[in-house]
Design a protein around this ligand. Structure first.
Ligand SMILES: Cc1cc2nc3c(=O)[nH]c(=O)nc-3n(C[C@H](O)[C@H](O)[C@H](O)COP(=O)(O)O)c2cc1C
Length: 341
């Protein structure tokens, strides 16, 4: 597959439930990274089909006030292409949260059955639900019954390296009414340390008729082409690489070229959007979550990150960005994976 054929694939509309998306690359859900300011930065470049929020607590969503919540908040303009992700363990609570998300006007809701962080799993949420498949399917069915907009399930291989289990779960989610799956082929204790097994995406894609977004270690455009060819997935979900290069969707889908000044401009824009949407010290804290992925682009990534981390105010941060990224420091051909945790 060459770049033009890949771009045609990425720009082929995809029906999801009762809606259609215009492009097949989506921003994967990432807590602490996929916030309103970062989504605006990505939206300014374009090229994506959907953006996912970081996970929101289903218990909190029905009463959450978007003008004070740092995670359950959005810009009105982004609602048509934004999917709100929720985590929870009880079907009725997940259904109630999904109903509010539909009423607010989001494109869809995504059920988090993939997070393996202990604090989430010990409450029976996230990837813990893959230990109770009946409960997981019950949640999908309850959400399906409560809403008519698209319902996504984001899940991973499970708790053991068993492709047949993942394919079976995919079938159960489809039968329970899910409209699309976002699948990350890693077992839960792995976190992001070992490479994802893309052949499990092939099994999941082959098991269902609903669209599957493949996810995991898409760094270079060749990775995207290979995942599509190897697995037959209907779309690609990018996480960390989109944080490193928020213009990646425009680059891959539209073939848009960016010169090296984009790094300086994007870092500054991130600061300005964080200032617009959040107050100190939270905005500085959010920049420091973004910084490792951004610095992973450069040869002297650790040095750059250390300098950024020393900033104590947003003004100091802006000065440091001017000093470090104009002109653009030496780039690596592939990101420094030590910072891609
Ligand atoms: C900082 C961080 C936060 C994440 N938070 C979530 C989350 O809230 N919900 C979720 O389903 N996945 C979450 N993920 C997992 C990503 O969606 C994705 O599956 C993972 O990063 C692998 O994709 P990548 O190799 O393109 O980064 C998170 C990942 C990172 C790095």
């Amino acid at each position: 597959m060459d770049a033009p054929a890949f771009a045609r694939y990425l720009n082929t509309p995809l029906p999801i439930g009762n809606k259609i998306i215009s492009g097949r690359m989506v921003l994967a859900p990432m807590a602490g990274l996929g916030h309103i300011a970062f989504r605006q930065l990505v939206a300014e470049f374009g090229g994506f089909g959907l953006l996912f929020t970081g996970m929101c607590s289903a218990k909190a969503v029905p009463h959450e006030n978007p003008s004070v919540s740092p995670v359950f908040c959005w810009r009105r303009q982004e609602l048509p292409y934004t999917v709100c992700q929720i985590f929870g363990a009880a079907p009725d609570i997940m259904a109630k949260a999904a109903r509010r998300i539909e009423q607010e006007g989001f494109f869809g809701v995504d059920l988090n059955f993939g997070c393996s962080v202990a604090a989430i799993c010990k409450k029976g949420c996230g990837a813990a639900l893959l230990k109770t498949p009946d409960r997981a399917a019950e949640i999908v069915a309850a959400v399906r019954a409560a809403v008519s907009f698209p319902v996504f399930v984001k899940f991973r291989t499970g708790w053991s390296d068993d492709a047949a289990f993942a394919a079976d779960m995919a079938k159960r989610f489809e039968a329970a009414g899910a409209d699309a799956l976002v699948f990350h082929p890693r077992v839960a204790p792995d976190r992001r340390t070992r490479p994802p097994k893309w052949d499990v995406i092939t099994r999941v894609t082959g098991a269902v008729t609903i669209p599957v977004f493949g996810n995991g270690n898409l760094f270079a455009i060749q990775d995207g082409m290979q995942m599509k060819e190897q697995t037959g997935c209907q779309g690609l979900a990018l996480g960390r690489m989109a944080v490193a290069r928020p213009w990646i969707f425009a680059r891959w889908a539209f073939g848009k070229n960016f010169d090296h000044s984009i790094y300086h401009a994007a870092a500054l824009r991130m600061v300005s959007l964080l200032k617009q949407h959040y107050d100190m010290p939270f905005n500085l804290k959010l920049f420091k979550k973004f910084a490792p992925y951004f610095c992973a682009n450069f040869t002297f990534s650790h040095f750059l990150l250390k300098q950024l981390n020393q900033a104590r105010t947003m003004d100091a941060l802006e000065n440091t960005i001017h000093r470090l990224f104009d002109p653009c420091p030496q780039l690596l051909s592939a990101p420094n994976r030590n910072l891609f945790l």
